[in-house]
Ligand binder design. Structure first.
Ligand code: XMP
Length: 529
């Protein structure tokens, strides 16, 4: 299924840029991240939405063809627009991208007898621009493979640069036309020098200058915001998270007091969180801010509700009501600022034939712009999360603040399975604070993608002193991840877990048992609800 075209990301006309044609690989976004890390702007387009005219208008300095799940040997499998081979542009094919490049230029691809999956080694046969300063002739280098098909005959003009056991054409090149292709995935960390190869492509082969920096982005974004907003009034909902915070600080730099921030305290926040947000924005940045304490309203709305989806819907609905009330109080607005990021706007290629199942409906302010007749300002639409963090630092925000773990919109409500009460929220806040204090104290915060405590609706028997106790169970969760789509549980050492468990049980009344969640995603999700 092809999703509808979203609004185009604005073209940064004065930056060198690369185009990535997506054939549906799980890791296409990583290609974009590696290219951006090399200081080069790039966009991802589905292979079938990239007509020659659109590409010419975008004027890339090179094109990367991504991997994908199809086989070029199948009828009707995807192809790159044939025109790209005549545009006099450098090309870099990766996995499926290599295979379609070879097929479209007259070479051959065959179904392999054996699949090559995971770590493999490439023997470098020849020197090449793509390998400059990275791999020498004769080297034996680790790469990451994931393929069944493989190239079996080269098109005219190509030669072999490297070979692996399962892929005799693991790296190929036509230097005259600046066409390069690899069977392995240079974009994943398991190809240790992959990022350097991609950088050689963008810089040495395509001649990009590395002008994509957050300092440059900041200047341009400010100009763009001013041009879009004029003298209009903008409201921005702060959640305390990194995206909305960076959006607000950037907007404030662009339009000063035309920006009004609204922070809806749902009562589902962690200990001290609301105070921190208010202090940062009102006192430190001097940004006009409404701090709406709506804890009672949310707690009442959630009374007796245990179903996770119902919780999300109730919180989402109430959030919009409260936000709208606050906006009316400041006399309405013309624009709503949102911290939408690039991964939210990338058009996706999916070959599964249907929309993916909604596992959890995410709480956001969907529907608000229409309801309040607001135009959107989304200054982070071109950025990946790590770029947003770098922009935050560029804007003078503290690295600890921009490096904070993600926190879900519905907050602690989805970390208390079953009915939520004020008492349970208090217990969870205390346990969560201790857990995070210990993680920070052990210097582990940045190694973990997200860590939190969950209060289970189960009471178990314990013994404290000479007394029998009958209290709640607290589950601890910590995961590593790159984007929240997949995750592995964090492997704490046992001393650490014992320390946290002892502290929680001794210091938090209401909890007498602590367990650690060792589920990956999939099959689990990161949150418990
Ligand atoms: P799951 O639990 O789906 O979470 O594996 C993936 C990431 O998304 C966050 N999350 C949410 N964020 N509203 C949000 O803004 C939500 O309703 C929501 N549910 C999950 C979660 O914290 C994790 O980072």
């Amino acid at each position: 299924m092809m999703t509808a075209m979203p609004e185009p990301v604005s073209l940064p006309q004065h930056h060198d840029r690369i185009l990535i044609l997506d054939f549906g690989s799980q890791v296409t976004q990583l290609i974009a991240r590696r290219v951006r890390e090399s200081g080069v702007y790039c966009e991802i387009w589905p292979f079938n939405q990239a007509g020659a005219e659109r590409i010419k208008a975008y004027a890339p300095k090179g094109i990367v063809l991504s991997g994908g799940p199809c086989s070029v040997t199948d009828k009707d499998s995807p192809r790159a627009p044939q025109e790209i081979f005549d545009m006099n542009l450098p090309l870099f094919g990766i996995c499926y991208g290599q295979q379609t490049m070879v097929t479209q230029l007259g070479g051959k691809v065959e179904k392999g007898d054996t699949r090559e999956f995971g770590r493999a080694y490439v023997d470098v046969k020849e020197h090449n621009t793509l390998l400059e300063g990275v791999w020498d002739k004769g080297a034996h280098e680790q790469v990451w493979m994931s393929h069944g098909d493989r190239v079996s005959a080269l098109p005219d003009g190509f030669r072999i640069v490297g070979a692996s056991e399962g892929a005799p054409y693991a790296m190929i090149a036509d230097d005259a036309r600046k066409f390069y292709a690899v069977q392995f995935h240079p974009e994943v960390v398991h190809t240790p020098h992959g990022a350097a190869l991609l950088k050689n492509f963008t810089h040495n082969v395509c001649g990009c200058g590395g002008d994509w920096t957050m300092a440059a982005f900041r200047e341009e974004a400010i100009e763009k915001i001013r041009a879009q907003v004029g003298t209009g009034k903008v409201i921005c909902g702060l959640s305390g998270g990194v995206d909305s915070s960076v959006t607000a600080v950037l907007l404030h730099e662009a339009i000063g007091d035309q920006l009004h921030c609204i922070y809806v305290d749902t009562g589902m926040m962690r200990a001290g969180e609301s105070e921190q947000v208010v202090a940062l924005f009102r006192d430190h940045y001097n940004i006009p801010l409404i701090h709406e304490d709506a804890g009672e309203r949310f707690l009442n709305g959630l009374e007796g509700v245990s179903d996770p989806e119902m919780k999300r819907k109730i919180i989402g609905g109430l959030f919009i009501d409260v936000f709208e009330d606050c906006a009316k109080r400041i006399g309405g607005a013309d624009f709503l600022a949102q911290g939408t990021l690039y991964p939210d706007v990338i058009e996706s290629v999916s070959f599964t034939g249907g929309p993916s199942v909604t596992i959890k409906s995410h709480h956001n302010v969907g529907g608000l712009p229409e309801r309040m007749n607001l135009k959107l300002v989304e200054p982070l639409r071109e950025l990946f999360k790590d770029e947003v963090r770098a922009l935050g630092v560029e804007l003078g925000m503290h690295p600890d603040f921009v490096g904070r773990h993600p926190f879900p919109g519905p907050g602690l409500a989805i970390r208390i399975p079953g009915e939520i009460t004020g008492e349970k929220l208090e217990i969870l806040r205390k346990a969560d604070t201790i857990y995070l204090e210990e993680i920070r104290g052990a210097g582990l915060y940045d190694a973990i993608w997200q860590a939190f405590a969950v209060l289970l609706p189960v009471r178990t028997v314990g013994v404290m002193g000479d007394e029998r106790s009958y209290d709640y169970v607290c589950a601890l969760r910590a995961v590593t991840s790159t984007d929240g789509m997949t995750a592995d549980y964090y492997h704490f050492d046992h001393d650490f877990l014992s320390r946290v468990s002892t502290r929680i049980i001794n210091e938090v009344r209401g909890i007498n048992r602590v367990v650690y969640d060792i589920t990956s995603k999939p099959p689990g999700t990161i949150e418990w609800e």
